[in-house]
Design a protein around this ligand. Structure first.
Ligand code: NAP
Ligand code: ZN
Length: 349
């Protein structure tokens, strides 16, 4: 066992605080990674606070993990000590169902095992990246090809990057398509960068007028203030695809009306409270669709990391020490982060 310092929430109402856990010693197919940086996803907050009513406590969040391999098992072929490596939202899946065979482990029929909070259909708890190290099967570790100086800014790609890349690829974002990104937070700012790099015309929809200039700097061709009805009306029937990253319940009709015939709005935001039901006529009259998407498979996560390295894409981050996490959560709720907090794990002494 490897004694590991971490930060955990002990209940839905307690703040995160120091915690010690045991990691398994690496088995034949495992890599042991010293965690250098971990991004702070809104899902960490939803989980720590029990907002999805499925949290196993103590809860050690963190699924945007980057670090250095310090030990590998006998059968590990693709990593060696000293390599940079990443771990995203999953650490295991059944490996036998049609989704696993297709490389879509996130849709595993028996449920993947989350990097934190254990198997999605129940089982032993797992502890995430707000900790000094992690031991993971080689097949769930990712290679990082960015330069080492960018490492902290690469961490958010492991969730925010893949969660936006996967649906943008699946629904064919590219030249000739007009793509809307809703919400400029951790996911949204990666969505803007990636959709732009894929060659789409990108329209950012934000509730924050203070983010207009940033939106353009990050790669949006146009920015629409979504609380302004006149600005919204100008986009009616204009968009091929919308990626909605909003972390709170909101009116979906306002965005459905912006889709062209056969357009799709894909929801990746997972709010604690349901959205009000959309008006079915907004779907029927233009054969529009609402869809959802969950992170991405391991192979696609590697594709995304390689795509981002090639296009020089990283996250815009604010680095924080571990003991700032409770303040960081409060600021995230106020959309007061540009655009992802990343924990410097050297601060966890
Ligand atoms: P985040 O950094 O907090 O960003 C969310 C953004 O949504 C905010 O920056 C804000 O953007 C907008 N927003 C917040 N409250 C709003 C409201 N009441 N009305 C309209 N817009 C609002 O969160 P994140 O880390 O990007 O995560 C976003 C959501 O995706 C969370 O629910 C998270 O759990 C979920 N998630 C899902 C997956 C998946 O696989 N599907 C993976 C990771 C995360 P503006 O200021 O620009 O309006
Ligand atoms: Zn996440």
């Amino acid at each position: 066992m490897i004694k590991t310092k971490a930060y955990a929430a002990q209940s839905s109402t307690s703040e995160l605080a120091p915690f010690e856990l045991d990691r398994r010693s690496p088995g034949a197919e495992d890599v042991q990674i010293e965690i250098l940086y971990c991004g702070v996803c809104h899902s960490d907050l939803h989980t720590a606070r029990g907002e999805w009513h499925n949290t196993l406590y103590p809860s050690v969040p963190g699924h945007e993990i980057v670090g250095r391999v310090v030990a590998v098992g006998d059968k590990v072929r693709n990593f060696k000590a000293g390599d940079l490596a990443g771990v995203g939202c999953m650490v295991d899946s059944c490996g036998r169902c049609y989704s696993c065979h297709a490389g879509e482990e996130q849709y595993c029929e028996t449920g993947f095992t989350g990097t934190y909070n254990g198997p999605v259909f129940g089982g032993e708890n797992t502890y995430g990246g707000y900790s000094q190290n992690i031991v993971v099967k080689e097949s769930f570790a990712l290679h990082i090809k960015h330069t080492e100086k960018d490492l902290a800014s690469v961490a958010p790609l492991l969730c925010a990057g893949i969660t936006t890349y996967s649906p943008l690829r699946h629904w064919g974002a590219g030249p000739g398509q007009t793509v809307g990104i809703v919400g400029l937070g951790g996911l949204g700012h990666m969505g803007v960068k990636i959709a732009h790099a894929m060659g789409a015309q990108v329209v950012l929809f934000t509730t924050s007028s203070s983010k207009v200039e940033d939106g353009k700097r990050l790669g949006a061709d146009e920015v629409c203030i979504s609380t302004n009805p006149e600005q919204m009306a100008a986009y009616a029937n204009q968009l091929d695809f919308i990626l909605n990253t909003v972390a709170a319940s909101h009116n979906l009709d306002a965005y459905l009306q912006l889709l062209k015939r056969d357009g799709t709005m894909t929801l990746v935001g997972a709010p604690a409270e349901p959205h009000p039901s959309p008006n079915v006529f907004n779907l029927i009259f233009k054969r529009r669709q609402i869809a959802g998407s969950l992170i991405g498979g391991i192979r696609e996560t590697q594709d995304m990391l390689d795509f981002c390295a090639k296009h020089d894409i990283v996250s815009d981050i604010e680095m924080i020490p571990m003991d700032y996490i409770n303040i960081a959560y409060e600021r995230m709720l106020k959309s007061d982060v540009k655009y992802r907090f990343v924990i410097d794990m050297a601060s966890l002494k």
